[in-house]
Design a protein around this ligand. Structure first.
Ligand SMILES: [Zn+2]
Ligand SMILES: [Zn+2]
Length: 229
């Protein structure tokens, strides 16, 4: 038999989908992945101010043809938690569908992103093999926060140095953009909800749905690392 308290807790659990939905935001792996990503971004930003840093200002649309959804036919969906985070492995015949929740300022030597799947699990993603003249377009127009993508035959790579997992892509033709209607517009940088209307007064880059989300992003995910005025 269930106790009164257990029944009450179960009811609270069932009646509060919003609270449950937000539990993942304080997940320790998520915090670590996002903070590490932003630390990487800060380092990149500091290097950009170094006079020896090579900047390329041209924006060229990639020569890679936009892939069609037809490529996905016959592929079986996979989620991050179905992949073994300790095993370097290519999941052939599978497709991983995710939202980009952290973007980047650099494509050298690779594009660093953070992605989130339908279970709200997140992982870093590294895209290699970028042509120099395509880099700016990819990081500023295509692989930005709120975009939804499918990754064909996803490769879970264990980092040679840090031994941490990432989703690695060596050929951007294995990334299929989901249709525009699926993208999350004005994504809140903390809770990832669409339609955030407030923005960080300092950098004017990060959008939030509330003051609370902004405070959480600052304290929990270290927004200050990427906040530049
Ligand atoms: Zn929010
Ligand atoms: Zn900011």
């Amino acid at each position: 038999m269930f106790s009164q308290l257990e029944i009450e807790n179960l009811l609270i659990f069932l009646l509060n989908p919003i609270n449950n939905h937000k539990q993942h935001l304080t997940d320790s792996h998520r915090i670590e992945v996002i903070k590490n990503h932003r630390q990487w971004e800060k380092t990149t930003l500091d290097e950009k101010h170094n006079p020896f840093y090579k900047t390329i200002s041209t924006t060229v649309k990639p020569r890679v043809k936009q892939q069609s959804d037809k490529l996905l036919i016959g592929l079986k969906p996979i989620t991050l938690r179905e992949m073994n985070s300790r095993k370097d492995h290519v999941y052939t015949g599978r497709v991983l569908s995710v939202t980009i929740i952290e973007e980047t300022l650099s494509w050298i030597p690779s594009i660093h992103l953070v992605i989130e799947d339908a279970n709200f699990d997140c992982e870093r993603m590294l895209i290699y093999g970028i042509l120099e003249e395509e880099g700016e377009y990819l990081i500023s127009k295509l692989y930005t926060v709120g975009k939804k993508i499918h990754i064909i035959n996803p490769y879970l790579r264990i980092g040679a140095n840090d031994m941490k997992p990432s989703i690695r892509v060596d050929d951007i033709s294995s990334i299929v953009m989901q249709s525009k209607s699926e993208w999350i517009l004005n994504i809140c940088r903390y809770c990832c909800e669409a339609g955030a209307s407030k923005f960080c007064g300092k950098c004017k880059q990060a959008y939030y749905c509330s003051k609370e989300c902004q405070t959480k992003d600052w304290k929990l995910y270290n927004h200050k690392l990427i906040c530049k005025s």
